[in-house]
Structures are given as C-alpha cells and as structure tokens.
Design a protein around this ligand. Structure first.
Ligand SMILES: NC(=O)c1ccc[n+]([C@@H]2O[C@H](COP(=O)([O-])OP(=O)(O)OC[C@H]3O[C@@H](n4cnc5c(N)ncnc54)[C@H](OP(=O)(O)O)[C@@H]3O)[C@@H](O)[C@H]2O)c1
Length: 78
C-alpha cells in the first residue's frame, strides 16, 4: 500500500512510520523541516509540507491517489 503521512517526526507518528515500513508499505512522510528527519529506508520518501497550506504541491500531487495518515499536535480548524 502507498501511504502519505503527516506527523512522522512525532512521538506517535514515528512509531506508526516504523510499523508501516516494517509491514512493507511505501510511505511518503511529510514534515515542515526535512533536515530534522533522520530515518532512511528504501520505501520511504521525505518531503516538506505544512498541513495548513492546502496549496502546497504535496496536496496537489500526492493526496488524490493515496491513503493519508495524519498525526498532528494542532487542530486542523485553527
Ligand atoms: N503522545 C501521547 O501520549 C498522545 C496520547 C493521545 C493522543 N495524542 C495526540 O496524538 C497527536 C500526536 O501526538 P505526539 O505526541 O506524537 O506529538 P508530537 O511528538 O508533538 O508530534 C507532532 C507532529 O505533528 C507534526 N505537525 C505539527 N504541526 C504540523 C503542521 N502544521 N504541518 C505538518 N505537520 C505538523 C510535527 O511534524 P514536524 O514538526 O516534523 O513538521 C510532528 O511530527 C496529538 O494530536 C496528540 O494530542 C498523543
């Protein structure tokens, strides 16, 4: 399965990320600052993005065709 994930650097999200990769899924991890993301895996792609920026290219290109996992600290309606 191809997954897109927000919150991969977080306490909960990092565990979900590891579990998804260990189960063989391909995962695109979205973080506001990829330079702080240290996990490397052949099925992992890391891209910059902010969930509050729907005009971001991430939303335009990835979300229509993939399952999304969102693990954030902030509420989406802020
Ligand atoms: N920890 C717990 O025990 C616990 C228990 C129950 C429920 N929860 C809930 O689960 C959620 C995650 O908790 P956590 O402890 O894993 O939080 P955390 O460690 O603070 O991680 C938060 C994640 O949210 C991402 N994020 C925040 N704002 C973002 C934005 N605007 N765009 C994209 N990504 C954004 C951060 O990514 P970047 O900084 O890399 O962009 C980070 O990966 C929260 O809603 C929390 O209330 C947590």
């Amino acid at each position: 399965m191809k997954l897109v994930m927000f919150g991969p650097t977080g306490m909960i999200g990092s565990r979900i990320l590891n579990e998804a990769l260990s189960r063989g899924h391909s995962l695109t991890a979205i973080t506001r600052d990829p330079s702080r993301f240290s996990v490397e895996h052949e099925k992992l792609a890391v891209v910059a993005g902010n969930v509050f920026d729907p005009a971001n290219a991430v939303f335009q290109t990835l979300l229509p065709t993939m399952i999304q996992l969102g693990i954030l600290t902030e509420k989406v309606d802020k």
